[in-house]
Design a protein around this ligand. Sequence first.
Ligand code: ATP
Length: 399
Amino acid sequence: MVAIAARGLTKIFDDVVAVDDVDLEIKPGEFLVVLGPTGCGKSTLLRLLAGFEEPTSGTVTFDGVPVAEIEPRERDIAVVFQNYALYPHLTVAQNIGFPLRATAAPAADIGARVAAVARNVGIADLLSRYPEHLSGGQRQRVAMARALVRQPAVFLLDEPLSNVDAGARAALRGEIVALARRLAVTTIYVTHDQTEAMSMADRIAVLRLGVLQQVGPPVDVYADPDTLFVAAFLGMPRTSLLEAAVYAQDGGVVLDLGSQVLELPPGDPRTARLAEHHTERVTLVLRALPLQERDMSVRGTVCAVENLGHELLAHVDVGGVPSVRLDAPVAPSRAVAQSTPYGFYPAYDLVDAPPTGEVMVRIPVPVQVRIGDDLDVGVGLTDLLLFDRAGRRIRFDPV
Ligand SMILES: Nc1ncnc2c1ncn2[C@@H]1O[C@H](COP(=O)(O)OP(=O)(O)OP(=O)(O)O)[C@@H](O)[C@H]1O
């Protein structure tokens, strides 16, 4: 087990800053998932952490020793990429044993180690097959077995399940985690898939445009996002992002959504803290809400219903202004009903299609809702995640 640490890690390719001043510590035996959209620098970060790529600036250490000072073969790293390449003319057993051929290990030892690792990844009965007779999931297991047969101290996986079908992917997720634990290997797993990240990681590191946004246990990062990007990216069921303006008056605060307002309870210390943001434009993020009674509520009309089996997810159009998508050009052109007494001032022109600011509501079965139903959805103060114009969290919880 190895502790890996990055300090000020930066990689610039020509004019692209692929990794931007990343500080990150991975504990011995930890399962860390690097999560982010395509092109955000995940693979580059992984290659830098492994010492495969030289940083433009910054350092990487393994147990305190700069990785550049460790001979590549002594780094004890196993890697599995998305495009695993098995040797087509070798059997599964020969593919797995391949990395041991270069060592002086006796044939019997190699056979025993191949059999043991094949059992570990669930392919003991496939050892005499050739790769062309394997499914995508089975091939990926062989690639993992081949990587792990040397009993590495560090295990790096770059989108290993992208080419595997959905059913096998779910099974392999759990098995990879179990395997990494059993082998007590420090593991860094790169993906753009939030379900993989949430279900596999001890900690998630969210990356955007090469900049590390937040690092923490999946539950914490989901529930307590530091940036609008993290809140929006970890959105399952879909996260609602709505434009709002803060108005303080008479000891209370209203959050003006344009078509309606949320009146925050006066006297609550959180309301008082939010009053400091009087007149600011903010983004209100709401995770899918249960149908609940609360001090505040948003009204809207059900415009779509997704049946998830164990519950329904109702899309409720609250007439709000959807916030600009983070990956879209910053030129929103949505209209909004200016019907509140607080003078919501959208910075948008009124030419384009009407707004469809939606809130997601979780409806337990067998309660039924239909498109066109009007709903009053309770919102608690703790449901409100607010972000400033730069996408930074506005924290107003009591300290
Ligand atoms: N060798 C290179 N030369 C020039 N630019 C590069 C090189 N490698 C990566 N980049 C650029 O650096 C940025 C980050 O790339 P990287 O492959 O690390 O992202 P990623 O998050 O792994 O993407 P994906 O999920 O699509 O694999 C991209 O803009 C990419 O075009």
